[in-house]
Structure formats: C-alpha cells, structure tokens
Design a binder for this molecule. Structure first.
Ligand SMILES: [Zn+2]
Length: 123
C-alpha cells in the first residue's frame, strides 16, 4: 500500500465512523429524552399488578444496556471497516485507525505496534 492510499483509506474510515457516531448520538439522545414516553406506553399496555417503582429503575437500566450493546456493535463495525480498508497491520493485526497509530505509519511507514514495514517504498 502506498502512502496516499493509506491516507485516503484513513479519511474514508474517518468519514464513515463520523457518520455512525452522529447516528449513535441521535439514537442516544432521541431515546434518552423519550424514556418517560416509553414508560407511559408500557404502563398503558402492561397487565395490571406491575411494580411501578421497579419499572422506573428497569427502563433507564435497559436503555443504558441497549446503548452499550449498540456501542459494542459500533466497535465491531469499526474493526470490520478498518480491515476492509487495509487499516489493520498485516503482521500483528493491530488496528491502525486511531490518530496516534496513523501518524506513526505515515511518518515512518512502519507499524507502531510491531515495527514492521507496512507502506511501500516510493521513489
Ligand atoms: Zn504491526
């Protein structure tokens, strides 16, 4: 991989992850601000005898659990996109998408984790 290809791949990865981040933020705030509405919806449809104080505790907990699960999925998507774009070291399989690793690769052509050469020599 040449240096320009690596930089372009990194930019593409950044754009995709920024889009996913914005999407996550919209879901996080959108769902979080409507928790009360969801609680009322459950009160309306849930059979009688439900412990109201328990749902007040469980619904926010469920919300945080779901958001944590989505965050985990985002992490896996990040790894998948990085591997598709060639932003994974082919020797030690380290992720080269964070700013620190990217700067090391661009400036030295070597992986910042194992030190082996990743980028091709250019004349
Ligand atoms: Zn490496």
């Amino acid at each position: 991989m040449k240096k320009d290809d690596f930089i372009n791949s990194k930019k593409k990865h950044h754009r995709i992850m920024a889009f996913i981040g914005i999407l996550y933020f919209i879901i996080f705030t959108g769902l979080g601000l409507n928790l009360n509405r969801i609680r009322h919806f459950i009160y309306y449809y849930y059979p009688p005898g439900i412990n109201v104080h328990l749902t007040n505790f469980i619904i926010p907990l469920l919300y945080l659990l779901i958001m944590a699960m989505i965050l985990g999925v985002c992490y896996l998507i990040n790894k998948y996109i990085a591997s598709q774009l060639g932003l994974i070291c082919r020797y030690c399989k380290s992720n080269l998408t964070n700013a620190y690793s990217t700067q090391i690769v661009i400036s030295t052509k070597n992986c910042g984790h194992c030190g082996k050469q990743i980028l091709d020599d250019e004349l």
